[in-house]
Design a protein around this ligand. Structure first.
Ligand SMILES: Cc1ncc(COP(=O)(O)O)c(C=O)c1O
Length: 289
């Protein structure tokens, strides 16, 4: 069965789905996006993702392409047409529309809205517990990383560098030697002193929805944490490390630039947070945020 994409009001087979050659997303990366997980046929933390989309749109001075209510209906239709009954993801992209190429905003143009979705294999917690390797790379992105912009070239190059080194992710480091985040995930460690830390969500990183949910889970279960930066040395001497994202959930990091972390195995705090997060994903969620 062919996958179906939503493109500006139409549901099309992928082979026929495309945007205008002068779409500003294609020409200038003038747009923003969201990725939302589907679990058990339901969107995970949908309200938080749509709130972040709202914020991204506001920050780049773009209006919603349709009402939030209509957007939620289209999202459900995309999931239905792609037959995602259990686990999958939906990708939502909004750009400043198609107009003759000119850096300045077009006087009047309708924004473009594209959605695609795909099925993911069932969750495999045992495989997730095995952990992944990350490499350290300089952060070469613009200073507004809080906006979920489709301008992702530095992330693409850093991720490919990770793949070239047989690693799963690249942790990016700012000019002060402090780790910002991964190319598509947030970074956490349990320091050598036993403190759970993740960088504060200012303009230097994307405020991950998974990160926020982990912070809420910590608060609920009395796990103390601090929002503060950590250096590469602190990361390499950490007791535990992990990354969080919509698709990677809570993934232990067991090697950083080849140095093993926590003896190369998932640590107890990561293990607990992964279990709590899986519970969170699997429980029915408020869909009306
Ligand atoms: C740069 C960056 N940081 C963090 C994340 C994690 O965010 P979320 O947990 O909302 O998926 C992403 C997700 O794509 C990302 O691109």
């Amino acid at each position: 069965m062919s996958r179906i994409a939503y493109v500006n009001g139409r549901y099309l087979p992928h082979a026929l789905a495309g945007v205008h050659v002068e779409d500003r997303g294609f020409q200038f990366a003038d747009g923003v996006y969201e990725v939302i997980a589907v679990q058990g046929g339901r969107f995970v933390d949908e309200g938080h993702h749509l709130n972040r989309l709202d914020r991204s749109l506001t920050e780049i001075r773009m209006a919603w392409p349709m009402s939030r209510r209509s957007m939620r209906l289209v999202m459900r239709e995309v999931i239905r047409r792609n037959r995602i009954f259990r686990r999958g993801i939906i990708y939502i992209q909004v750009t400043r529309g198609a107009a003759p190429r000119n850096f300045a905003f077009p006087a009047s143009v309708e924004s473009s809205l594209v959605m695609t979705a795909r099925t993911l294999p069932p969750l495999d917690p045992a495989a997730m517990r095995e952990g992944v390797s990350v490499i350290i790379v300089p952060d070469r992105r613009w200073p507004r990383r809080d906006i979920k912009s489709v301008s992702l070239l530095p992330n693409v190059l850093a991720k490919q560098q990770a793949v070239d080194h047989k690693a799963f992710e690249a942790w990016q480091v700012d000019d002060d030697g402090v780790i910002t985040e991964g190319t598509s995930s947030n970074a956490w460690i349990v320091t050598a002193e036993g403190e759970l830390v993740t960088r504060r969500a200012d303009t230097a990183i994307l405020s991950g929805v998974t990160r926020r949910m982990i912070m809420a889970i910590c608060a609920e279960h009395g796990v103390t944490f601090a929002e503060k930066g950590f250096t590469v040395d602190q990361a390499k001497s950490a007791r535990e490390a992990f990354l969080t994202s919509t698709t990677a959930l809570v993934t232990p990091v067991v090697h950083i630039d080849g140095d093993s972390i926590g003896g190369g195995e998932i640590g107890p705090i990561t293990e607990r947070l992964l279990a709590f997060y899986l519970d969170h994903m699997l429980k029915p969620q408020d869909q009306y945020l």
